[in-house]
Design a protein around this ligand. Sequence first.
Ligand code: HAM
Length: 428
Amino acid sequence: MSEFKTVRGMRDLLPEEARIMKHIEAKARRAGELYGFKEIITPIVESYELLSAKAGDEVRSRMFVFKDMGDRMIALRPEFTASVARLVATALRTEPKPFRLFSVGSIYRYDEPQKGRYREFWQSNFELIGSNRPEADAEIILLTDSFMKSVGLKPAMKIGHVGVLRGIFNQEKLEDKTQNAIMQLMDKQLYDDAMERLENAEISNEGLEIIRRLVELKGSNVFDVVAKMMTTVAGYEKAVGATENLNEILKLISLSGTNIDMTVNAGFARGLEYYTGMIFEVYVPDMNMALGGGGRYDRLIELFGGDPTPAVGVAHGLDRIMLGMQEKKAMEGIGQERTVMVVPVQEELRPEALKIAQQLRNQDIRVEVEVMGRKMGKALEDADRRKIDCVVIVGERELREGAVVLKKLEKREQATVKIEGLAEAIVA
Ligand code: HAM
C-alpha cells in the first residue's frame, strides 16, 4: 500500500462529486449568460504584490506564497477580484463600460481545514465594471439569487454597507489602519473586541455610542432597519449618504418583482479591504457558513493604476454549494445520460465491437467497450452493477445478418436489432 495522500486541505473529487461540481459550474455559467456576463480565464499564479494589495490581513496571511526560479514573489490566487481589477486597469482599460466578467476556477487559502473549509476550493466569480449606480448592485444580488435557486437551494441574503461604518470612522478621523483592524474584528463577529479597540482609539463619545447602536441594528424588515439606521447616523454626512444608497438598492430589489429573502445588518463587515459600498453574503437554511459573498469596490482599479472605475461583484463557493445540495437533497435534475456497453461474444469479434461502438458515438451515444476480455455473464453482471442502460452483444450468428443483440437492462428486454437501426432502438 502506498503511503501517498493528498496534501492537507486538498481533496480529490471522485467521479460522482466531480459530476456535481461540473453541474454547479454549468449553472453558474448559465446564470452569467442570462445576466450578460462574458467568461474570462486568468492565471492561477499572480504577483504577491497584486494579490496582497487590498486583500485584508485575514486573506493576506493565508496566501500560498513562494519565490519562482526567477526570484519573483508570487502567490496562488486567494480570489479572482484582484486579477480582474488588474485586467481592467491594463488590457481592458479602453473598453467601453460597462462590462461584465465571469470566471470559475480553483482558489487557494491556507485556512484551517474543516467541513466546508478547504485550502483548495472553487469559486464562480462575477464582476460588473463601470457603473456606480444602485441597479448594478441590485443586479449582482439578483444574479446570486437566480444562481442559488437554479441549483435547488433557498438563498437568504445578509446585506450591509461599508460606507456607513467607514463614514463615521472617517468623520471621526480614525486612521485607516485602525479602521481596517476594527472591520476585521467585526467580520469575525468579535464585536466586543472591536468595541474595545474602538474605545482605545481617538473617537468621540457620540461616535462610539452610534457604532454601539449600529452593531445591534439588524432584521428582516429591511426598510424599518434602514429607517432606524438613518436616524442613528444623522449628522455623519457620508454615513447618511451610504444609508440612502443602501435604501435605494433594497428598493430596486424589492420592486424587481423577485421574492428575495433579505436581512439588513448595520454592523456587518467583510474581511476583504477593498469594499467601499454595499456588501452582502448568501446563506441557506441550516448551514452555518456563507455560500457566497461580495460587494462594491469603487477604488481598487485606480489603486492598480487604472482610471477611477466603480465596480461591484460577487464570488460563490462551489464546494459549499455542493455541500448544501447534498444536505438539502437538491440533487434531482442532475440526470445521468444513457450509457451503452458493447460486448463481443468472442475475441475475434473485438474489431466489430469497436466498429459498432464508434458508429454509436458518431450518433452521440455514450459507449463503453468491454476491455477486460470477460465472459458474457461476468460482463453483464458488471453492467448491471454499474447501472448501464443497454448492452449490445456482438455475436457471429447475428452479425451474418448485419445485426446484434440489444439488451435493455432496466426494462429486462432483449431483441435482435439491425446495426443500421441500432442507435434508434437504443434511444426508443
Ligand atoms: P469571499 O467572501 O472571501 O469573497 O469568498 C467568497 C466565497 O468563497 C465564500 O462565501 C465561501 O463560500 C467561499 N470560500 C471562502 N473560503 C473558503 C474555503 N476555505 N473553503 C471553501 N470555500 C470558501 C471573495 O472572494 C471576493 N473576491 C468576492 C467578490 C467579488 N467581491 C467583489 N467581487
